[in-house]
Design a binder for this molecule. Sequence first.
Ligand code: GUN
Ligand code: FE
Length: 425
Amino acid sequence: AYRAGLLRFDDEGRAVHDSDGLLVVGPDATGAQVVRAAGSYAALAGNFPGVAIEHLPGRLIAPGFIDLHVHFPQTDVIGSPAEGLLPWLENYTFPHEAQFAQDLHAQEMAEVFLDELQRHGVTTALTFCSSHPASVDALMGAAERRGLRLIAGKVLQDRHSPDGVRDDTEQSLIDTEKLIRSWHGRGRLGYAITPRFAPSCSEAQLRGAGELAARYPDVWIQSHVAENRDEILWARELFPASRSYLSVYQDFGLMRPRAIYAHCIHFDDEDRALMRDTGAAAAVCPTSNLFLGSGFFDYEGADRVGFRYGLASDVGGGTSFSPFHTMLAAYYVGREGQTKPGLSLTPGQLWWQHTAGAAQALGLDGVVGNLQPGCEADFLVLDPQATPLLARRTGHARTLDELLFAMIVLGDDRVVERVHIAAGT
Ligand code: GUN
Ligand code: FE
């Protein structure tokens, strides 16, 4: 058990704070570490006589962050300057991903990537691998050894892709099914069927992906949509029969719960309604969208129509693995196009989008992203005094909002003092 400040979320997504809290974790019937109790120290301490309590004065315990969209083979692509998405893919991303044909490189980079996630307090990620099936084996194997909850998939891209990353239609689908059978549901691992984006996939590949998605309904789906104006024009040219870029995915059976679409920027209300009605969710990638000049996610539009979303780094289009940097960028993005008075997004809402809200988008609410009883014990010990300026700022924070905002604006991996993974380490 741990005595410290506690941050968790109620069923309505509101942040709940215990300034002097108690978190009790222990094995469930299967031996996995789960939260037994979380709440105020004064109310709970008497219920656990004889349980050793570690006191962490001045610290805040919070759920591990969830990154809803990140590219494992783009770890070394961060900060590559380009005019926009399509030149960035061609000049930097595809050449880097081609290197993952070498197993040794993929294995080395899997450790680098997972080190970065964990160092920044990310304990669950929905991840693109490269088009090489062995890149999935490398990442899944490394995550399994660390006991991390990870969802990943081999990218599908059988056209408009250079040699070295382009895959073969039929083989790519055979490989995907093999990887599902090897990895999905093994320990804490999950598989995601991963068409890169409609322009890089033939109709036959998309159709095959949709068939697999129907055959394996608890497997995830991940792709990109409506990120950039040039990309959208291209998608519409390639799929003239579909109502919109997003509807291409619907037309191939790729919209359902557990389908996560990155970006979702240039949507109309019919697209938003399609997201809502199919139970798909958006991965909002603000640092990537600002860096590549893609545009601004419309939070008011999403809430007006009512589809699910959560936050993501989109490394390497995104500029940082840090959830603090992503939350700050999301705040800037929420300001853009804001029509309602007040804050665009409160710090509690930003934090929820990167934890409990992201878990809900994945269909993993009650499993990760929160500290409610029964949740897997993936949690962080945060130090609100990690840097001199942060210590000054949080030292005179009067409310939870002020404390969280100071960490969002001034925080980074130095704030993450300890990362506790349910599986043990
Ligand atoms: N669209 C297709 N591929 C990619 C990618 O790797 N990153 C981003 N941000 N958008 C994409
Ligand atoms: Fe991406």
